[in-house]
Design a protein around this ligand. Structure first.
Ligand code: NAI
Ligand SMILES: C[N+](C)(C)CC(=O)CC(=O)[O-]
Length: 474
């Protein structure tokens, strides 16, 4: 049965939560008194649709249903998860969480997006809620800090994993949890540097994005500094940089006075730095960069890349069909080119992914390859029949044209969201011994599976376009 999330407060963060749940197949009901909420959430979801599916090489579940409500009780009715994301004011959180506790069933998770309040503060007037603190953009960044009752946070963690997130349960409640304590320290230091005329907002951003920002995304703080200690590791690093703790390297609790002058100084420099792009354009630039970085991390399984690998494994494989479905995914924005459609190289990439999946289906999977046997492609023939666009669903079905001895000839049909064939790829492969790099017949367990497919597929018509040569008419 489709699960339901209720989003209370649909601003920057509530909109991101709505997109995360919706694109993972949940129905989403939104309550927000702002008359502009539907438009704003629509724009956030549009950004999510062009970025979130691009992280995966399998398709996400079909989107759930999105509804907007003027009545909180109606929005919360039957919800499995209620997420409060109203402004960061404790009296408002008390009122909203109190109401939600009265109307929610005891099994409903009630999460608060609060950046800094502790569960004991949120629940001081009798509410039942946990902190579920996300990071912007919620639809792409996996981290959620969970704080509160251990039973509730454990249940919440399981649900969050199922929508591709990384729950980090905080052992002991503390103001601003874990990550915002760092962000606040960096923020305070940055305000000082601008106020004292040491650096502009742009120079501070360069200091982060040209250096340690790149390191942090893949190894964090401690692993990075361990390497900085050289062969002697962390002990040497501590010995070398320990004395700095007593030097004036940070102002920490010495907070700059929050004056109109400071606000104008920071906001003015930020406008000079970034006014050439609207906030939505900046969001799209950020999202495209995040997708690129996270896909790179997926290759090594480092950091957020490991979360993607685990979530992708849990995503359903395509339904069995007459021909096996060997790719089922959305087309990432990064696969499109200056002509605003899928670039020719990625038709080949999709066909190659279909071959990899078909190899798994006949038992030539990662373990098999590690044991020293594999298939090598010796020839491909691609026909480009129709355009494919970013965000569109792409499925590939595979017909076996030949499967005997060391030869395997496959015919991939690349279809768009309406099931129309947009390209075909005919591909010839030879089974090889990875030690000698020479072709050889596959062992019986692989050959049997391959010939079973080949036999079943001989009853099907030879596909239109099979055996064509380049430039052939008709
Ligand atoms: N903006 C950020 O970077 C992050 C914010 N948070 C937290 O998320 C929460 C929300 O912050 P933002 O989304 O940034 O704020 P926002 O100002 O963008 O959105 C708040 C939304 O709540 C709505 N709202 C106000 N009163 C309401 C009520 N009684 N019932 C339902 N909706 C109501 C407003 O109309 C608005 O759309 C805060 O607790 C904040 O600390 C957490 C992580 C990051
Ligand atoms: C600035 N902030 C405290 C609202 C930031 C967060 O809570 C998390 C984030 O996304 O940076």
């Amino acid at each position: 049965m489709t699960q339901k999330a209720c989003i209370v407060g649909g601003g920057v963060i509530g909109g991101g939560w709505a997109a995360r749940f919706l694109l993972n197949g949940w129905d989403v009901a939104v309550f927000d008194p702002d008359p502009e909420a539907e438009r704003k959430i629509g724009e956030v979801i549009a950004n999510a649709r062009r970025s979130l599916p691009s992280l995966y090489d399998k398709r996400l579940p079909d989107e759930g249903k999105l509804t907007f409500h003027n009545d909180l009780t109606e929005a919360a009715k039957g919800a499995d998860w209620i997420q409060e994301s109203v402004p960061e004011r404790l009296e408002l959180k008390h009122k909203v969480l109190g109401n939600l506790t009265e109307m929610a069933s005891p099994t409903t998770v009630i999460g608060s997006s609060t950046s800094g309040f502790k569960p004991s503060e949120l629940c001081a007037e009798g509410a039942r809620a946990i902190v579920a603190h996300p990071f912007n953009p919620v639809y792409l960044l996996p981290l959620i800090e969970l704080v509160g009752d251990p039973g509730e946070t454990a249940r919440a963690a399981e649900i969050l994993r199922s929508i591709g997130m990384f729950p980090l349960t905080v052992r002991k409640e503390i103001d601003a949890h874990i990550a915002d304590r760092f962000l606040e320290a960096v923020w305070r230091e940055a305000l000082w540097l601008v106020k004292d005329g040491i650096a502009t907002t742009e120079e501070i951003d360069e200091a982060i994005r040209m250096g340690f920002g790149l390191r942090w995304a893949q190894m964090g703080l401690f692993e990075t500094y361990r390497i900085a200690g050289g062969e002697a590791g962390m002990k040497h690093f501590m010995a070398q940089f320990g004395p700095c703790l007593t030097w004036p390297w940070t102002k920490l609790m010495d907070v700059p006075e929050f004056t109109d002058e400071l606000v104008d100084l920071i906001a003015g420099q930020s406008d000079d730095q970034s006014r050439h792009l609207s906030i939505r354009e900046l969001e799209r630039l950020r999202d495209d960069n995040l997708v690129g970085m996270m896909r790179a991390l997926k290759k090594s399984g480092s950091g957020a890349g490991g979360v993607l690998v685990a979530h992708e494994k849990a995503l359903a494989n395509a339904e069995p069909a007459e021909l096996p479905v060997t790719v089922d995914r959305q087309i990432p924005q990064s696969w499109t080119d200056y002509n605003n459609h899928m670039n020719e190289a990625h038709y080949l990439e999709a066909g190659a992914a279909a071959t990899d999946r078909f190899m798994e289906l006949i038992g030539a999977d990662a373990d098999y390859i590690a044991s020293g046997k594999s298939y090598f492609t010796v020839e491909n023939h691609l026909r480009y029949l129709d355009e494919l666009k970013a965000g569109e669903r792409l499925t590939v079905t595979t017909q076996v044209l030949q499967g005997e001895g060391k030869k395997m000839k496959l015919f991939h049909f690349l279809k768009n969201g309406d099931g129309k064939v947009a390209a075909t790829m005919e591909t010839m492969l030879l089974h090889v011994d990875l030690t000698t790099r020479a072709s050889c017949p596959p062992p019986p367990e692989v050959e049997e599976k391959l010939t079973a497919f080949a036999k079943a597929h001989t009853t099907l018509p030879v596909p239109d376009g099979a055996g064509r040569y380049v430039g052939q008419r008709g």
